[in-house]
Ligand binder design. Sequence first.
Ligand code: SF4
Length: 543
Amino acid sequence: MGGAARLPLDHMHCISSVTPSRSMPYVAACSPGMTKAGGTFPGGRWLQLSWMLTGGRMQLLGLLVASERQVWARERSCGDEDGEEGCWVGFCCSSWNQQHGDRGTCCEKWHWHLCTDPSVLLAVWVSEIMLQQTQVATVIDYYNRWMQKWPTLQALAAASLEEVNELWAGLGYYSRGKRLQEAARKVVSELAGRMPRTAEDLQRLLPGVGRYTAGAIASISFGQATGVVDGNVIRVLCRLRCIGADTSSLAVIDCLWDMANTLVDRSRPGDFNQALMELGATVCTPKSPLCRECPVKEHCHAWRRVEKELASASQKLFGKTTLVPDVEDCGPGGCPLCLPAAEPWDSSLGVTNFPRKAAKKQPRVEWTATCVLERRGRLGAPEYLIVQRPSSGLLAGLWEFPSLPLAPGLQEEQQKEVLADHLRAWTRQPVQTQSLCFIGEVVHIFSHIHQTYVVYSLCLDGDVALDAASSPSRWVTEEEFRASAVSTAMKKVLKARETQRGAQSGHAKGSKRKRESKLGAAGSTPTGMQLSLRAFLRAQPPP
Ligand code: SF4
């Protein structure tokens, strides 16, 4: 997804980097090319910072930018002849600095300070990685916590994988966090702390940095005139040029990259790329594009085609002849980028005829038996045993309840058998199949896997000697579990166990929940859990 609301994140970081005055209560507004009391700064952006009064005078305030993109911050006393209060800070790209020198005053009232801070580069990098496949609203909290914990490359390089996983837990696509940290280590240990500065080097040298991320970092942070192609850009470009061929094909993707690299503004590549992504996120949206308000509609072939159809329809209405088709509107299948002949232009879809994607592959279906192993803790609250997954593969290094893959089609008794065997070997304790209590089935969709966890619980008495040769394991309270590096799927499993416990205690009290508890014992899923078809059928009361 990439570009949606990229600017606020970028700016948010800049604000958090304004270190000398930590008393500022809030930050407002920014807009490219904005003019305020000191002139216009080509290629610059402005941020307005509100009240930063200390001892009757504005404190400054470094505003920072990565290496080559120098950042200028300015300060002023409050209550000057304009009667204005507040402080404005601007940062300008290197092209402005070249034009105006490294230090200067654009207006007598302002004192300029030059600050640099590579942490902004890290901020761009982290936000780009987090925003892959994830909505901005989800990312913001993770981003802020991450930057607070590891504000520099050195700090990130010194972090452990466990810490990274803990902070990343819930964000999905866990390998992204792991590789981000590996890349930071590489920059610090092998590249003398110096980030590669071109898209080519970024992609070649840093783990986890693909073509899109490399282009985004190089253009936004280093001003390299290179394009970016993410989901939003694909949509905009396909509509602009009526590209109807399958956008998941390599040939089409290469063509889109060529277009993006050709189109990118040479003097402000970062702004251009962000604007293009923003256009896709806010105007040229997947289902309801705002074509009439679109700033590039004059150049858009898809929109032109819709307009022609409308004009043709109205001419027909008045009995006039149909317009001659434009040579640009080649027929279906006319070239490798056109709509396929089998699925030609559909008038009812308008511009949303583009882009086209091949049908999604069906996700792989997998079954896993999971056991919530618990004991009474010191204060009577339950404690759970969790184990660490292998350091490679799906959910690498994350913690989970003891689990093992299940062959499809096993009956409940067979599932219990294999799970009991697994637990026996691991705990070196006799585990009776009948002591395993079925909780329900938890379904979790990974990007390419439809995973069903068949969840059981088992209460243990006293301490358990775990097989030292097995994966690392530990007992945790509920609170510790939530703070651990566990996946969203495991959080759902724990929720299912808690729901079952609630239902059971209701049953014990003879409350209304008694009936639900009975159903649970018959194999149903506790309230709020997603049911697989098999669990649903199993849950039906006998006729
Ligand atoms: Fe997208 Fe419509 Fe703008 Fe074309 S005119 S780029 S289809 S919003």
